[in-house]
Design a protein around this ligand. Structure first.
Ligand code: ZN
Length: 728
């Protein structure tokens, strides 16, 4: 069926006011909803509702976790139990207070020189067990978390435009932790121990051809630095940022005000999109039961809407260059469409959304240059490609079949993600469900393309709280720079292997993570195992991050960490990085959620805390009847771990459980915003009636928390793309 074309009605005009600034939110100008929300769970960040005792998880439901041999403490005293330690954590009612973020930000800094840049790389143990036996005994997962683009860091990353020096054997980049031998004539790799030569050109500035003092070389001074990537690190020339917005214009989306608000925020953000080079591109697609393209060409007197109703064989109705246009050159056309988008569909009665088909069209549209597809959806997509059904069965909750609802119902979104990732396209989702939306299926498109997922349950633009939250998130999302066409590889000293990775990415090979987009603060974690006893006093970890900046520069960011090795159990536990440890634990727990029962994940975290405290007691010779005085590094562990437990627990008390769990497992915080995650986790209610000795903080509230998600590497490797790969 040929596309239908129509022009804009010139009599239509926008009546919307500015919405990008929360304090100026003109809710009266947003069309009021005509459909009542089905439920109103609290928004993330909302204070816990303490008057909902029916939502309180009862720890006494899991007495099996309180086995004496596991829990190293006194008998349980449910009421007025004495505190574990005399620390503020016992005394702070966290209700209504902002938690002290220092306990998450501060990591033990390894006694190495230069100090490890903990904003970029953290290890669950800042001192590494020397033997596999000691690692097994301490019960702590050994893992590393890498944050390539930390948002709030004081560390300056020097940029090097010169010869790239790497180990001949393991391809490690030269770094400050290598050993200089023969008065600096050669260097010993800190990962494989091979002695390497310096190339003759290393000491010469390529620009001035002058000798450069070795003591001023950034590679040997800074734990994090960047190279300007030469052509051999490029598959193609750097591409400009590109955005394709897929906006739901069905009746429900329009009636809740989502369509109008999204269009207004995009319009207000046009000046702030990453567009330093002036080459950024934009396209707009509206979707209901058909797909509506907009020809934004300068050659037309006004933008032209082109409707493709045939969802079985979607054809791009005009030249790609007329749909995906320069933000600068076609600014007037883009503004015109955005201003009129909601009015154009204000009287729509179409109740279905062909969202999968629209995403497919958007991915095809942007495939030649890669970029970002941003999907905004208000209801279950029931027509077109990737159509979904209402399949939530509440009778399965708490049963072994529970996880079946967390698995995608169709392979469509994963396969679409596979193609998108190959074409360097990331898909970000903003979901506004009023009921079940099968996010388990939809989320695959964000998971496997390095995208993000935001969810606003029962969204209503007339609600100031909803409007502020969405406006804040969406405008920040649009205006923040990100990395493009990235790959990440993590290396570790010989004797350490990395079997499992966590995060939002796509495996290009067994240890090369493909990241079509990398947002700020996203982190990527890896679990590590010891193959043998470590024969070195310190181990090295290096993450190489090849990416294109929004300003069109290809860069290799090299992130280095060095961690001493110890045989002393006491020392080992004193150097635990609690924030990194809980980050890893949470991601492992979420992996269990997606493959088992929610209760198993909750018990996993709780059990690990018990095992760790038991190990601490043994290592320090503290008897079972003695008061346990924990070291500084462990003082924040209970609140963090139980914050994560709360996050898992809270899901079982909500409507649309599966949607919430999957959203939690895929949203932006899970892919890595550790501080925001912990901030939410710490909006906790310390239930003094259920305090367990040595584990003083039990948490429960009804807020929808978000927790990290675990990538199932096996799944992703099945879909690893072929073709040329950058050398990294
Ligand atoms: Zn090496």
């Amino acid at each position: 069926m040929p596309p239908q074309q129509m022009g804009f009605n010139p009599t239509q005009s926008s009546t919307m006011g500015p919405v990008s600034h929360p304090q100026n939110m003109p809710a009266q100008n947003i069309p009021p909803p005509t459909m009542a929300p089905q439920f109103l769970p609290p928004q993330p960040g909302q204070q816990p509702q303490l008057s909902q005792p029916q939502h309180v998880p009862q720890f006494s439901q899991h007495p099996q976790q309180l086995q004496p041999q596991i829990v190293p403490s006194r008998p349980i005293q449910p009421v007025h139990a004495p505190p574990m330690v005399n620390q503020p954590i016992q005394q702070t009612g966290l209700i209504g207070q902002s938690p002290n973020m220092d306990i998450f930000r501060k990591a033990p800094v390894s006694p190495v020189n230069p100090p490890v840049a903990t904003d970029f790389v953290r290890c669950s143990m800042s001192k590494i067990p020397k033997t596999p036996a000691l690692l097994s005994k301490c019960k702590i997962p050994l893992g590393v978390t890498v944050t390539p683009y930390p948002k709030n860091t004081d560390l300056q990353v020097p940029v090097i435009n010169g010869v790239i020096v790497r180990c001949r054997k393991c391809r490690t980049y030269l770094n400050p932790y290598v050993e200089q031998i023969e008065q600096g004539a050669r260097w010993r790799c800190n990962l494989c121990m091979l002695v390497n030569e310096y190339p003759p050109s290393f000491d010469v500035d390529p620009a001035t051809q002058q000798y450069v003092d070795r003591s001023k070389k950034a590679e040997l001074l800074y734990p994090v630095y960047e190279f300007i990537a030469p052509v051999e690190y490029m598959v193609r020339a750097p591409q400009p940022p590109a955005f394709v917005f897929v906006v739901d214009v069905s009746h429900f989306a329009v009636s809740t005000g989502m369509t109008a608000m999204a269009a207004k925020i995009i319009l207000d953000s046009l000046d702030h999109l990453p567009n330093e080079t002036g080459l950024s591109r934009i396209a707009i697609i509206a979707v209901d039961s058909a797909i509506h393209f907009f020809n934004l060409s300068l050659s037309l007197p006004e933008p032209q809407s082109m409707v493709v109703p045939d969802l079985s064989d979607i054809v791009i109705p005009c030249k790609t260059s007329d749909l995906l246009v320069s933000v600068n050159e076609c600014r007037a056309s883009v503004e015109e469409v955005l201003k009129r988008l909601s009015n154009l569909y204000s009287n729509t009665q179409v109740g279905t959304v062909a969202f999968g088909s629209a995403l497919n069209a958007a991915c095809n549209l942007i495939a030649p240059i890669g970029g970002k597809v941003v999907g905004l959806l208000s209801s279950l997509p029931t027509v077109g490609e990737g159509a979904l059904k209402l399949r939530e069965d509440t009778k399965l909750y708490g049963t072994p079949k529970e996880s079946s609802m967390l698995q995608p119902a169709t392979n469509f979104y994963k396969m679409l993600a596979t193609e998108a990732a190959k074409n360097q396209v990331a898909v970000d989702l903003f979901l506004f469900p009023s009921g079940y939306m099968d996010i388990a299926s939809l989320s695959c498109i964000a998971k496997y393309t390095g995208g993000q997922l935001f969810m606003y349950p029962a969204f209503n633009a007339a609600s100031r709280e909803d409007a502020v939250k969405f406006a804040s998130d969406f405008s920040s999302f649009l205006e923040t720079e990100f990395g493009l066409e990235a790959v990440l590889r993590i290396r570790a000293t010989q004797g350490i292997t990395i079997p499992t990775y966590h995060g939002s990415f796509f495996f290009r090979s067994s240890d090369l993570l493909a990241l079509p987009n990398v947002a700020q603060d996203h982190s990527y974690s890896a679990q590590m195992t010891l193959d043998e006893s470590l024969a070195v006093p310190t181990i090295g970890i290096q993450a190489a991050f090849l990416h294109t900046t929004c300003s069109g520069e290809r860069r290799i960011r090299v992130i280095n960490g060095s961690f001493p090795v110890t045989e002393d159990p006491k020392e080992l536990i004193q150097w635990i990085d609690t924030g990194a440890l809980v980050d890893i634990l949470t991601k492992i727990a979420i992996d269990k959620v997606l493959n088992g029962k929610i209760e198993d994940s909750r018990d996993y975290i709780f059990g690990k805390v018990c095992e760790l405290l038991s190990f601490y007691r043994q290592a320090n010779g503290i008897g079972q009847n003695q008061q346990l005085q924990v070291c500084d590094s462990l003082r924040s562990l209970p609140i963090l771990a139980l914050g994560a437990i709360k996050s898992v627990s809270s899901f079982s008390f909500h409507f649309q459980l599966t949607d919430h769990v999957v959203c939690a497992s895929t949203d932006r915080q899970c892919t890595g915003r550790r501080e925001e995650l912990f901030h939410e986790c710490c909006q906790v209610w310390i239930d003094r009636r259920q305090r367990v000795p040595d584990c003083p903080v039990l948490v429960a509230d009804s807020s929808v928390a978000r927790i990290g998600w675990a990538a199932r590497s096996k799944d992703w490797q099945d879909y690893a793309p072929s073709g040329p790969q950058p050398r990294l």
